[in-house]
Design a binder for this molecule. Structure first.
Ligand code: ZN
Length: 89
């Protein structure tokens, strides 16, 4: 399954001390902020899976999720896309 992540060419990519793209930056590009509530965010990749019909049930949005929880989601559910984004420097 292809999971394309849109990247903006003009974007300056911030790199952490580990030589990888910073986690918060990666999370930001993979999450869709709910317009009305800042605490509610939707995974862009899960949303795409749902819209393309790969899954029949939309994933529950993240509510007040910590960075660790979000990272865990991406490393377990979208390991390939996450790795690609982190090493996109
Ligand atoms: Zn997801």
């Amino acid at each position: 399954m292809e999971e394309a992540v849109e990247s903006d060419d003009d974007e300056i990519i911030e790199v952490g001390p580990d030589g990888l793209r910073v986690v918060s930056d990666c999370l930001e590009s993979l999450l869709i902020q709910n317009g009305e509530n800042d605490a509610v965010r939707t995974c862009r990749l899960c949303d795409a899976r749902f819209r393309m019909g790969y899954v029949t049930v939309a994933r529950e949005p993240f509510v007040n999720a910590t960075e660790d929880e979000l990272v865990l989601h991406f490393t377990s559910e979208h390991a390939e896309a996450w790795h690609a984004l982190r090493t996109e420097v």
